[in-house]
Design a protein around this ligand. Structure first.
Ligand code: LMR
Length: 395
């Protein structure tokens, strides 16, 4: 039976990160996978996380299963973080959520619920999007349609193209939106554009599914959720996939959530039972550790202050790296790279061809995706000139 299965090519993102790890080049630079790295080139554990972990280890008395919905404290914390502590939908009791294995689990449970509610529903995804959106949503049986999003010429959002394409969406369709820090292009909608999208969703009877995996790494925790919160203030139903991988640094602990903003309390309660049943058939219940940590960080005032300060420093450092990288590239390449400073979050397309990206890996040990997506947070004072020089060589 198994011998009929063919060898697959490696993952577009994780495979290149593995290749970089295996590369003996002493000058290699890993700009592939979206993880925050500090000046020492290390993906650090937040101090707030270390403090929460120590307390959890000291106090832990059981390893019994969590419920399929996960940890209650975590669910409270993640709902407040994404929707805002003063959310009217939360006060109305028409929100439910389920803790999931990472943001991927959050997307998958959201997809399972869409498929249960409307089998074979059409989901509109941005072109380009994070490549894993396609199998995560498509493999439950949803039909994927794409809308134009990025304009390589201006290195910004092709908003006219997006609007034109979304006009073809039919009532009952779902639109997948990146809450902030678009992955892979870093080009975000302005608040005015979010308002136009909200009008379209409302008028055409479309449901938004918002993937917010980088809250706090663009302009700040509240600012980065403004588009999502605007949709929630305008529409009766919104599905959210949230992740604590980047903003609490819990990557390998697989900590995320699917949040359902529903029409009323009874529906929120019904959807929670559906989400729990979906979790049970896919993975039973989520892992505990990351959510226990995040639950404390998000609901304890003292830990919250420490965490917000650390996250804000990361955000500022990424924005500083954007300025430095722009300068370094403009100096070595003699071209305009101002777009790097306008974008948000970890990612940017450098605008190179796949052949140039391959040359950068092979000849210089500078690893980026074939699309020329780089993880800006992988740049530091030691590698910035080398990266800029290498890019100028292939240009
Ligand atoms: C990325 O896009 O690099 C991250 O979201 C990590 C991943 O799982 O792909």
């Amino acid at each position: 039976m198994l011998q009929g299965l063919e060898q697959l090519s490696s993952d577009l993102i994780l495979g290149l990160s593995d290749a970089c790890r295996a590369d003996p080049n002493p000058n290699k630079v890993n700009l592939t996978v979206g993880i925050y790295m500090n000046e020492a080139g290390v993906c650090p554990v937040f101090e707030a996380v270390q403090l929460a972990q120590r307390a959890i280890v000291d106090e832990e008395v059981t390893k019994a299963y969590l419920s399929a919905a996960g940890d209650a404290q975590f669910n409270t914390g993640i709902q407040r973080l994404t929707l805002g502590a003063d959310s009217i939908a939360l006060a109305d009791g028409r929100v439910s959520s389920i803790q999931t294995p990472g943001g991927c689990g959050g997307l998958r449970i959201g997809a399972e619920i869409i498929q249960a509610a409307s089998p074979g529903a059409r989901v509109w995804i941005s072109d380009p999007t994070w490549p894993v959106h396609i199998p995560l949503l498509g493999s439950v049986g949803l039909q994927l349609q794409s809308y134009r999003y990025y304009d390589p010429a201006s290195h910004g959002v092709n908003f006219d193209g997006m609007v034109e394409d979304l006009k073809n969406a039919r009532a009952g369709d779902v639109v997948l939106l990146h809450g902030c820090c678009h992955n892979p292009c870093g080009a975000d909608l302005s608040l005015a554009q979010w308002a136009i999208v909200a009008d379209m969703l409302e008028q055409q009877g479309l449901t938004p599914f918002v993937d917010i995996a980088y809250q706090g790494l663009g302009d700040g925790l509240e600012e980065d959720a403004a588009g999502l919160r605007l949709l929630i203030s305008r529409l009766p139903e919104v599905i959210v996939a949230a992740s604590c991988s980047k903003n609490i640094g819990l990557y390998r602990e697989r900590t995320g959530a699917t949040i359902f903003v529903c029409r009323d309390e009874a529906n929120a309660s019904a959807i929670l039972t559906q989400a729990q049943a979906a979790a049970r058939r896919v993975y039973s219940m989520p892992p505990a550790h990351g959510a226990l940590v995040a639950g404390r960080v998000l609901t304890d005032d003292n830990l919250g202050v420490i965490w917000r300060t650390e996250l804000s420093a990361m955000c500022q450092r990424i924005n500083g790296l954007r300025t430095n990288l722009r300068r370094a590239l403009e100096t070595t390449c003699g071209q305009d790279f101002a777009f790097i400073e306008r974008e948000k979050g970890m990612f940017s397309f450098l605008g190179l061809s796949a052949a140039q990206a391959v040359r950068l890996r092979k000849e210089f040990g500078v690893y980026m995706l074939d699309s020329s997506r780089i993880n800006v947070a992988g740049i530091n004072a030691r590698n910035i000139d080398y990266v800029a020089q290498s890019v100028s060589e292939v240009l």
